[in-house]
Design a protein around this ligand. Structure first.
Ligand SMILES: C[S@@+](CC[C@H](N)C(=O)[O-])C[C@H]1O[C@@H](n2cnc3c(N)ncnc32)[C@H](O)[C@@H]1O
Length: 268
């Protein structure tokens, strides 16, 4: 991989990606479907958390799902096989050195990968080049600056800031969601449209409390405990207090909000 991947590849992180995808299917994918007969590149498929939804929602489409991590690809393959999907092919490859010629694909889909790259515009331009004219690039990213909650907590915000700083140090950008429009335009995509997708969680939505507040967002922040302490950006007690306050927002009187950004751009 060209940059260090801040979340790592351990089984707990893989489970988190599955929880995230499962919880957010409607919010992120209700309007993702591709015409029968089309060929779609999924860039940075990871453990296949989005791949299964994509392939199920567009059964007549052929997906080429690539990731730089062979281990993640192996997990993704098992998942699509278990789901009985036959319209997905996997390839291990670096997004910056993809083994496909120009205009190989009808559409491109990329979820939670640009945030890990130091050259997101270059990556988008590469993806655009792989598209046939009239094809689209769909990008989904989060933005950790969009997390706010009740009870408010400076300690929780400091713990979140650790991930933002670690990701920045690794060459990525945890606040990329708000930048999707200018990045897509800079990559030469046309008719760019961004739609913010807010996750709102209170205790009347127990599935989201568990699947999003606890198992997606807080688990993600908790996952950088060791690296944040090792990097000297926070003391263990301060980090743990922040995590405790994040879990506190999952209480009966707690509320958690977070915004994802979905962008679609066209190759003329
Ligand atoms: C947060 S995961 C997202 C996976 C999946 N799209 C999802 O939504 O669950 C980011 C993925 O990007 C992959 N990745 C990072 N840099 C890459 C690169 N240069 N080329 C291909 N894949 C890359 C990582 O291996 C990881 O699987």
């Amino acid at each position: 991989m060209s940059e260090r991947y801040v979340h790592g590849y351990d089984p707990r992180e893989n489970a988190r990606l599955q929880d995230q995808a499962g919880t957010l299917v409607d919010l992120l994918h209700s309007d993702t479907s591709y015409p029968a007969g089309s060929v779609v590149l999924e860039a940075g498929c990871g453990v296949g958390a989005q791949t299964v939804t994509l392939a199920q929602r567009s059964p007549g489409t052929r997906f080429m799902s690539v990731d730089i991590s062979p281990d993640s690809i192996a997990v993704a393959k098992r998942r699509t096989n278990a789901a009985g999907l036959t319209n997905v092919e996997f390839r291990q490859a670096d997004l910056f050195a993809l083994p496909f010629g120009p205009e190989s694909f009808d559409h491109v889909f990329a979820c939670f990968i640009l945030e890990h790259l130091s050259r997101p515009v270059e990556a988008l331009a590469i993806l655009k080049n792989l598209l046939k004219p009239g094809g689209t690039v769909t990008v989904i990213e989060g933005d950790h600056g969009s997390a706010y909650f009740h009870p408010s907590s400076d300690a929780a915000q400091r713990a979140i800031q650790c991930l933002v700083e670690l990701q920045q140090a690794a060459g990525g950008n945890a606040l990329i969601g708000r930048q999707l429009y200018p990045l897509m335009v800079a990559a030469g995509l046309d008719a760019v449209h961004v739609s913010p997708r807010m996750v709102y969680v209170d205790s009347s939505k127990p599935a989201l409390v568990d699947g999003f507040t606890k198992k997606t967002f807080t688990a993600m922040i908790e996952g950088v405990r060791k690296s944040a302490i090792k990097a000297g950006i926070i003391e263990p007690q301060a980090f743990d207090a922040g995590i405790q306050d994040l879990y506190r927002t999952a209480g009966t009187d707690g509320v958690f909000c977070y915004t994802f950004f979905k962008a679609v751009g066209l190759k003329k």
